[in-house]
Structure formats: C-alpha cells, structure tokens
Write a protein that binds this ligand. Structure first.
Ligand SMILES: C[S@@+](CC[C@H](N)C(=O)[O-])C[C@H]1O[C@@H](n2cnc3c(N)ncnc32)[C@H](O)[C@@H]1O
Length: 274
C-alpha cells in the first residue's frame, strides 16, 4: 500500500480546510492514508506528490471534488433518525392539517443541507405527503444540496437498490416507488410526484448561499461532524437567520450544538426551534 507522508497528509488537510471547510485532524491519518491508497490505484498519477501537485496547480473544480469525495463520507438512508420525522409530524404537520396553526399561502419551505444520495429529502417529501394529507394541497418545496457531484448524481437518478429500502414500509413502497429490474438486481425509483418537489443543487456550505428564506425546516444532519467550531458557528447562525420564527432545525443524533453560540431553543434530542 502506498505510504502517505505526514507532509502529504498536512497538505491534504489544508486543501480540505481551505476549499470545503473540512477539519481533518491527526486522528484521521490512518483513514485518509487508506482512502488515498485506494484512490491512487486509479493509476492516473505515478505517486501522491504528483497527484497533489496536480490538484494544487491545475485541477478543475470537478477533479478537486473527486478528492473531496475521498475525504468525506456519504452514509445516509431513508427515514434515518425517525424521531425527527415524528417530531415534525406531531408539532408541525398535524397542527397544520387540523388548522390549529396556519401558513400563509399554504407555503412550506424545507432545506436538506448535505443531502448526500437524496434519501433524506425524498424521505421528507414522502413524509409530508402522508402527514399533510397530500402534497398537492400545499405549496411545498424541498431544497436538497450537497457538494459532492457523485452523491448528487445518485440523488438525481433517484434509483436505489434493495438494501437501501430497509426503512420503507410496504405502503410507502407501493405509493412512492417504481420497481425496475436491472441486470444487476432489483432497483427502486422514487416516483415523479415526489421528485417534483425536491430541487437538487450543488452547494458548498462554506460559500455564499444563492437563496433566501424564510425556511420552515432545516435538516443539517451528520454534516457538521466535518467542521471545526468556528465554521460550525458561522454556518448554523446563517441557517438560523434564514428560518422563520418557530422553524425546526435538526442535527444528527451524534452531533451537538453545545458550545456553539446560536440562539436556537432546544426542543428534543438533536432538534431545535427558532
Ligand atoms: C454523512 S452525509 C449525511 C447525509 C444526510 N444528511 C444524512 O444524515 O443521512 C454528509 C454529507 O455532507 C456533505 N458535505 C460535507 N462537507 C460539505 C460542504 N462543505 N458543503 C456541502 N456539503 C458538504 C457530504 O458530501 C455528504 O454527502
């Protein structure tokens, strides 16, 4: 296996920090060494130095993002961390459906920030359809963003294999997926009705965001694990500013806002209210 020198590791960490805000600490050395060894097997470069020179001096954005993919993870699943969905059903969708609260123009705006392969925003769309009594009765849009080109292209295709369907019950499967039989096994495609309200876009969270709020829900789950405290504080405060009063903000269950200076009110584990 190709060895990664400490100098090369530090250069990779500084590229990751400058371009994508990733905080690659020394504890990640073995992980990055293994991933780089695999990446170098593609054979385009004779060694890590040549590859890193290319990345620094002449690579395109897309090529740089191939390195981003080597350094980050895209682990996701449908209806991951179900208690977030239960909370939204109980505190927002049920009161809306029963007219206990209202939204002008029946307008609901949601952002899945760091949407990876799309399981998260499609889950949100299916969940809204079930618990709002049909998305057609609402002006609902789900913005789904990620930096990874490869993750976004999976999200764009919206075709998943059987192993991804573990949290999808039979009713949902029948209502929201189309079964496709490919040569490489059964595949399931999210149907057009659900896809129509999910707008996918590439966005680097540490850069400017070309859209405005107010947003009713932001899921920023299992994304900030990559960022240092300063970057996290800045991003979460920008998200706070984009939300409507009472808006729901979710982070991953293994993440915390403790020590982050942001005026969100804690509502439930890993859930916050503006
Ligand atoms: C572990 S996945 C989380 C997916 C989903 N939110 C979930 O919880 O299932 C983290 C995602 O964050 C994205 N990400 C990491 N840094 C980013 C950045 N600077 N800008 C935008 N997306 C980023 C990665 O590409 C990856 O798809």
């Amino acid at each position: 296996m190709a060895c990664l020198t400490k100098k090369q590791f530090r250069l990779i960490a500084s590229i990751a920090k400058d371009h994508w805000g990733l905080n690659i600490t020394d504890q990640k050395y073995d992980l990055i060494k293994n991933r780089m060894a695999k990446h170098m097997n593609c054979g385009r470069f004779s060694d890590v130095d040549e590859y890193l020179d290319y990345i620094v001096e002449c690579s395109s954005d897309a090529e740089k993002l191939e390195l981003f993919d080597v350094l980050s993870t895209n682990v996701t699943s449908f209806f991951r961390e179900a208690h977030h969905y239960d909370y939204i059903e109980r505190e927002l969708y049920t009161p809306l459906r029963k007219h206990a609260i209202s939204k002008p123009g029946s307008k609901i705006r949601i952002w899945s920030a760091g949407c990876s392969f799309g399981c998260e925003p499609y889950s949100m769309a299916m969940h809204a359809d079930v618990h709002l009594g049909g998305i057609d009765n609402w002006d609902i849009e789900i913005l789904a963003t990620d930096l990874s080109n490869s993750a976004l292209s999976v999200a764009q295709r919206a075709v998943y294999d059987k192993s991804s369907m573990a949290n999808i019950d039979v009713d949902m499967y029948m209502k929201y997926f189309i079964q496709k039989n490919h040569g490489d096994g059964e595949k399931y495609m999210v149907n057009d009705r659900i896809r129509e309200i999910v707008h996918l876009a590439r966005l680097n969270l540490i850069e400017l965001w070309p859209f405005k709020g107010p947003l009713d829900i932001i899921f920023c789950r299992n994304v900030m694990i990559y960022f240092d405290k300063k970057t996290k504080t800045e991003i979460i405060n920008r998200m706070y500013d984009m939300m409507c009063p009472g808006g729901i903000f979710a982070i991953g269950s293994s993440e915390t806002l403790s020590g982050i200076d942001v005026p969100f009110r804690s509502a439930a584990p890993s859930l916050y209210i503006k």
